[in-house]
Design a binder for this molecule. Structure first.
Ligand code: BHB
Ligand code: ZN
Length: 372
């Protein structure tokens, strides 16, 4: 079994193309990780997920600890077997979900106590318990337990939160059980304050992790401020470790972030859009509920090999959504994930061939094209 490591194969400016080697197989980077919050990529079978070329999927400690419970998943052989996915799985550590789900919660220096959004029962997450739960899930990549402060916030609030997250990172690392082919990622915090981001990167690299995530962004700061934060934070992150930008993003966000040196992404946009009739395409997004699609015999994308595009028309997808048929979200989620995977393959190939800037110009022009 190969040890957990990332190899940089090519660079094009700050962008990198590489290979992440794990206990559950290799993943080509840059990579987009479909979100499988409660052990399922919503509205997709795992065969459909595999057919898109996805290499790694995401799970969530918060959701899985509440239902069905980490112990029950462990007893079933771990999350891989439970959800029929033999590739790598990255699990988020739960703190972000507690905050973002608005669950009734009490945060203290040791961890967070919260009430389940499902049945109101009380639970507690700490760096130790989050790490233990991710171990029980047999996560290939374990995320540190952190706090993601809401933006905007005063610098002193961001500083206090980041420093608590760095103490929690040390405790998460202490609780992590090293296994060949498994990794743990530290999460850089610090809002959009460069000095705090620098302090956070140093704190995490002093502890030492197999990879480093950029947290605390994609929380409403906007693309310009997100990119500005990447411009100063990514260059001081370890060169030889994978970099994961959490919760990002649109195709344009992914392209700009890869150009700034990011390797891994996750976002609910393509799956959530698939359930709400919004199609991602090489020429921007389409709202398939719109009446103009009612008689359009074309596939969503002529260049797509997903089931929706290879067998059906826009008119059919329009009909399914108007009729509120389950097959609508199934087919469109499949298409959106297939589009995101195809985009990442295009970007990776362009980095290897040294033509990423040209591809970026073409992609951005096509995304801005008039509705079609
Ligand atoms: C399904 N995904 C949205 C969940 C995984 S990514 C969640 C997530 C998103 C964002 N934007 C910031 C943070 C952050 O700062 N810390 C953690 N732990 N998770 C984060
Ligand atoms: Zn398609």
């Amino acid at each position: 079994m190969s040890r957990f490591h990332w190899i940089c194969e090519s660079t094009d400016g700050a962008a990198r193309a590489g290979m992440l080697h794990t206990a559950h197989g290799p993943v080509a980077t840059p990579t987009f990780m479909p979100v499988g919050t409660v052990g399922t990529v919503k509205a997709m079978t795992m065969d459909a997920v595999r057919s898109t070329g996805a290499g790694i999927v995401l799970g969530n400690t918060y959701h899985l600890m509440l239902r069905p419970g980490a112990e029950r998943i462990r007893a079933q052989g771990g999350l891989h077997r439970f959800m029929d996915w033999s590739g790598p799985i990255l699990t988020d550590s739960g703190g972000f979900q507690v905050m973002s789900l608005g669950a009734l919660r009490k945060l203290d220096q040791d961890g967070v106590t919260f009430r389940s959004h499902i049945d109101g029962s009380y639970h507690r997450l700490t760096p130790e318990s989050s790490t233990d739960i991710q171990h029980a899930l047999d996560a290939t990549i374990t995320m540190c337990f952190d706090e993601c402060p809401a933006l905007p916030a005063p610098p002193e609030t961001i500083a206090a939160s980041m420093r608590m997250s760095m103490r929690w990172a040390a405790r998460s690392r202490e609780a992590f059980v090293q296994r060949t082919g498994y990794g743990q990622f530290g999460i850089v915090q610090g809002g959009t304050e460069q000095d705090l981001r620098t302090e956070s990167v140093k704190a995490l690299t002093d502890i030492g992790f197999e990879g480093y995530a950029i947290g605390g962004l994609a929380v409403g700061e906007g693309q310009e401020l997100m990119f500005a934060t990447l411009d100063t934070t990514v260059p001081i992150m370890p060169q030889n470790a994978p970099r994961y930008l959490m919760g990002v993003g649109t195709p344009d966000d992914l392209l700009g972030s890869v150009q700034r040196g990011v390797d891994m992404f996750d976002c609910v946009m393509p799956t959530r859009a698939g359930r709400t009739a919004r199609a991602y395409t090489e020429r921007g997004t389409l709202n398939l509920r719109n009446a103009r699609h009612a008689t359009d015999a074309r596939p969503i994308s002529p260049d797509c090999d997903c089931l929706a595009c290879s067998r059906h028309s826009r008119a059919y997808l329009h009909h399914l959504f108007r009729a509120n048929e389950i097959l609508g979200p199934m087919l469109l989620t499949w298409h959106n994930i297939a589009y995101y995977q195809r985009l990442m393959r295009q970007i990776r190939e362009a980095i290897i061939e040294g033509r990423l800037d040209e591809l970026a110009t073409t992609l951005r022009a096509n995304w801005a094209a008039e509705d079609w």
